[in-house]
Design a protein around this ligand. Structure first.
Ligand code: FES
Length: 571
């Protein structure tokens, strides 16, 4: 990394530094810059706008406002593109592409001259990808999120993406809504631009990145369409210029204690299970390992306080009106490390103290009266998950958290799609639905398929939840008694791949166990018949890189070669 500043940073290699600067300035002057402008600190702005990405549709407005802030502080803003990932427009999954976006961000931050960088994040994978890239690039960086969408309304009922997407789709499949009604709902689920307005992955990661110290305080929850969102962008631009002068690089902020604060925040918010994978990947870029059993321990200590769907009732705009993240941080203050440095140049504790006083509201519960006190998530181990699995118990049917049942196995996503609604499917309400080959390599891309649909014949009997388990992920917007991230995944020889129809499985959430109740000798025989794990052979390009290097869920699904030596472990 170059020690030079401004236009002299990170020169193209012509073997003559003076000529490299001369040539660079000649080309950029074609855009109308003066020598005076080009002598200022350069603030790169990562533009994640895309015609496919409504979650980022305000990125051009935010770039304009952030640029204003940069220029007010005496810098020169230069926006540049990286790839943009929207959940519904990412085949096979956005998780498959997250590491590509991280590599894009890292290399373009490193390749181009900038003294600090503003990163416009929003949709689920974009914040993690940009922060992974920035952590590795080592340039002062600040995250600016696009903000959540506003909730919609259908026939008097408030709704929003995407907890209600799944709820209404389930009602449609059960025959409770007709084609016209489901189409009306479809038009109201995302009534404005911005990221999903429930406590899904995008909202969870916005809160986590603010708690990490990588965003301005109070900036996670402001809706995408509010004027305040643009004012935050302006302030972010101004602050980025100061960060460049202070050389406030990510390694000073992304410490083990800061990541532990972020995990605590996710747990107190009743956030998405995906955040565990993403924060693990982000910590890994700083040489910090994450101990899943430590996550279980801090989950037990951390009450769930935010009443947003899918764990509770509200939407992100309600959390914004309740004061945003800071009032929640005040409630869990004794559990946080307040000495962590943030992008403001102050500590997390100083930021909390400087925020306006909290007011009476009913979205953020006091720690003395939580939504859920048993830990938002639990980490399971057992002969089905030797390297761990997760259950979001706060969003589960509490009666099913201790359950032994007969396995109904789907060998792949295609098998699930082909058979789940068949009238011939041998399934009862107290069975356990098992999905195999949906992990990081098996699917590939660890799809959000862990929310297996309830078979239609059971839906029509009024069954709303069943125990479901897989090596897949689940959207943070989903709910139910769902065991996820089973590791190792079935496609690489994990015991999940040994489960057969009719096997008994025991889910013991209180004991943190997940076990297949089948004799070891039988399992050894089944193992002999397992297919070889998928490899990079016969594949090319990014797909080959992915298959050869992606890690399992407990390592964050990052590429092994992108992770430096792990020297510290949290929590
Ligand atoms: Fe982009 Fe939900 S689809 S945040």
């Amino acid at each position: 990394m170059s020690n030079s500043v401004g236009m002299k940073r990170n020169l193209a290699g012509y073997g003559d530094a003076g000529f490299s600067v001369f040539l660079r300035k000649a080309f950029i002057k074609a855009l109308g810059y003066t020598d005076e402008a080009l002598s200022r600190p350069i603030i790169g702005i990562v533009n994640t706008d895309s015609g496919y990405n409504a979650c980022h549709a305000n990125a051009p407005d935010l770039i304009e406002a952030a640029s204003r802030g940069v220029m007010l502080a005496g810098g020169i803003p230069i926006p540049f593109p990286v790839i943009s990932l929207q959940e519904s427009f990412s085949h096979p999954t956005s998780m498959y592409l997250r590491n590509l976006m991280a590599m894009d961000a890292e290399e373009m931050i490193r390749a181009q001259p900038m003294d600090a960088v503003i990163m416009i994040a929003g949709c689920d994978k974009t914040g993690p990808a940009l922060l992974m890239g920035a952590a590795s690039a080592g340039v002062p960086a600040i995250v600016l999120v696009t903000g959540p969408m506003i909730a919609g309304s259908w026939r008097g009922e408030r709704l929003g993406a995407c907890t209600d997407c799944r709820r209404f789709w389930g009602r449609y499949r059960a025959g409770e809504l007709d084609d016209q009604q489901i189409n009306e709902v479809n038009s109201e689920l995302a009534p404005t631009i911005g990221f999903c307005g429930v406590m899904g992955t995008a909202s969870t990661m916005a809160l986590a990145m603010e708690a990490l110290g990588m965003m301005l305080p109070g900036s996670a929850c402001v809706p995408a369409v509010h004027g305040e969102r643009r004012r935050i962008a302006e302030l972010t631009g101004t602050r980025a210029v100061a960060m460049a002068a202070e050389r406030l690089t990510p390694d000073k902020i992304l410490t083990p204690a800061a990541f532990t604060n972020a995990f605590r925040t996710v747990l107190a918010a009743g956030g998405s299970t995906n955040a565990i994978v993403h924060l693990t990947a982000m910590a890994g870029r700083m040489g910090i390992g994450v101990d899943l059993d430590g996550i279980d321990r801090i989950a037990r200590e951390t009450p769930v306080l935010i009443d947003l769907k899918p764990t509770g009732q509200g939407y992100m705009e309600d959390l914004y009106h309740a004061g945003g993240l800071v009032p929640m941080l005040r409630e869990i203050r004794p559990l946080l490390d307040l000495s962590c440095l943030t992008v403001t140049g102050r500590t997390l504790g100083e930021n909390i103290d400087a925020a306006p006083p909290s007011w009476t509201q009913d979205v953020i519960r006091p720690a003395s009266n939580p939504i859920y006190s048993g830990g938002a998530m639990a980490v399971l181990r057992g002969n089905l998950a030797p390297q761990g699995a997760l259950i979001k118990q706060a969003a589960a049917n509490q009666k099913l958290l201790q359950h032994t049942g007969r396995a109904v196995v789907f060998r792949s996503l295609a098998d699930l799609a082909a058979r789940v609604d068949s009238p011939d499917l041998d399934v009862k309400a107290d069975d356990i639905l098992v999905l195999q080959n949906a992990g990081p390599k098996g699917a590939p891309g660890m799809p959000e398929a862990g929310y297996l649909p309830i078979p239609k014949k059971l839906l029509q009997q009024g069954v709303k939840d069943m125990v479901r388990m897989s090596d897949a992920r689940m959207s943070g917007t989903a709910f139910g008694t769902i065991v996820l991230h089973i590791s190792p995944e079935s496609a690489v020889g994990g015991p999940l791949g040994l489960v057969r129809d009719g096997d008994q499985i025991r889910l013991d959430t209180a004991g943190r166990r997940l076990d297949l109740l089948v004799d070891d000798k039988v399992l050894a025989e089944r193992r002999k018949a397992m297919p070889a794990p998928p490899s990079g052979d016969g594949r090319r390009g990014y797909e080959r890189l992915y298959f050869e290097t992606v890690t399992q869920a407990e390592a964050g699904c990052d590429f092994a070669f992108a992770i430096p030596k792990i020297t510290r472990t949290i929590p």
